[in-house]
Design a protein around this ligand. Sequence first.
Ligand SMILES: [Mg+2]
Ligand SMILES: [Zn+2]
Length: 180
Amino acid sequence: MNGSYVILDRDGVIYQDSDAFIKSPAEWLPEPGSLEAIAMLHQQGWRVVVITNQSGIARGLYDLATLAAIHAKMLEMVAAAGGIIDAIYFCPHGPDSACTCRKPEPGLFLRFAAEKAVDLTQVFAVGDSLRDLQAAQAVGAKPLLVKTGKGLATLEKNPQLNLPIFENLYAAASYIVKNS
Ligand SMILES: [Mg+2]
Ligand SMILES: [Zn+2]
């Protein structure tokens, strides 16, 4: 068991993304294989945390209690598949807030590292948007891109991206487990 951490973005990586935002537990649909990917990481000794932008809070689309219910359902389904998510960090602010926690700002990565006493240079970070990768790069973590969610569009807009790219979270998790 290696005890190292993997950071996952939520929407487009674990959940199927929705342009209409995920506003209730009922709208929770996992990406195919994502629950199994988290289970595999857990069973191979990795710790999984989620870092997610949730501007739907600032936009008034859902409140903190609803977000908590969505996350409770996610933890339940991950557990049913045999996995564990250690912690969920979210930014509730909007794009114009100038906060330091909305990705590509690395504030939540830094908070996670401080709370868990983690060396971020040893941490893989899986995302589907450029801002996920930028936040990871800003703190020296190891970004991986998945093609699910906004991943294909991210790749089309940024063909110069020089990092490992995977079909989905399960493929990324398989790479992490093999290359460590
Ligand atoms: Mg995403
Ligand atoms: Zn924020």
